[in-house]
Design a protein around this ligand. Structure first.
Ligand code: PYR
Length: 207
């Protein structure tokens, strides 16, 4: 198993697609379409029953992808995500248990923060890379600029409310390494199997 650092995962693509999969076959086709468009980092959220199997299948069938698990909300899910082959793990928030389990494995973990106090708690456990979620409703670009005053060394992947209209504003910040979003994986295109259109959307953020 290839091990990446959080930094490598966050700089492999400017946009990390936040993916919801209905089934394994769809996940593999979607992964191939995104990689073909220059977006190799795939955050498969544990929001559907197929997610863990999809991660395992993507690792095997789309070797050029960097496949991780999102919406990991408990230690149990964390361990399941690792066992499925996840190359990184992301949560929509943080708990003491998640911050601890993240340090028990080599796989990079991005807990999510919404406030400076969350960042300070994460730093106590040794983290300096975080998701910022939900980004737009927590102050968006302005909040991240303000976080950079006292904590310039901390880097973020903002997610939540980010789309084609504003992602470049986030990427222009010194403390943003990538953004997360689902606008390049719209449910209607995924369900309709419009893989060429997904590849074009991936190209629109990777080129
Ligand atoms: C997550 O559900 O993990 C997100 O990234 C929002």
């Amino acid at each position: 198993t290839q091990t990446y650092t959080a930094e490598q995962v966050m700089t492999a693509t400017p946009v990390v697609p936040v993916i919801v999969v209905d089934n394994v076959e769809q996940a593999v086709l979607l992964g191939k379409a995104l990689v073909a468009g220059g977006v190799p980092v795939l955050e498969v959220t544990l929001r559907t029953p197929a997610a863990l199997e999809a991660i395992t299948a993507l690792r095997k069938e789309v070797p050029d992808a960097i496949v991780g698990a999102g919406t990991v909300c408990s230690r149990e899910q964390y361990v399941q995500a690792i066992e499925a082959g996840s190359q990184f793990i992301i949560s929509p928030g943080m708990t003491a248990d998640l911050l601890a389990v993240g340090k028990e494995y080599d796989v990079p973990y991005l807990p999510a923060v919404a406030t400076i106090s969350d960042v300070l708690l994460g730093m106590e456990y040794g983290y300096d890379r975080f998701k910022f979620f939900p980004a737009e409703v927590n102050g968006g670009v302005k909040a991240l600029k303000a976080f950079g005053g006292p904590l310039p060394q901390i880097k973020f992947c903002p997610t939540g409310g980010i789309g084609a209209n504003n992602f470049r504003d986030y990427l222009a910040l010194d403390n943003v390494l990538c953004v997360g979003g689902s606008w390049i994986v719209p449910t209607n295109l995924v369900r309709a199997g419009k893989w060429d259109e997904i590849t074009e959307l991936a190209k629109s953020v990777s080129q």
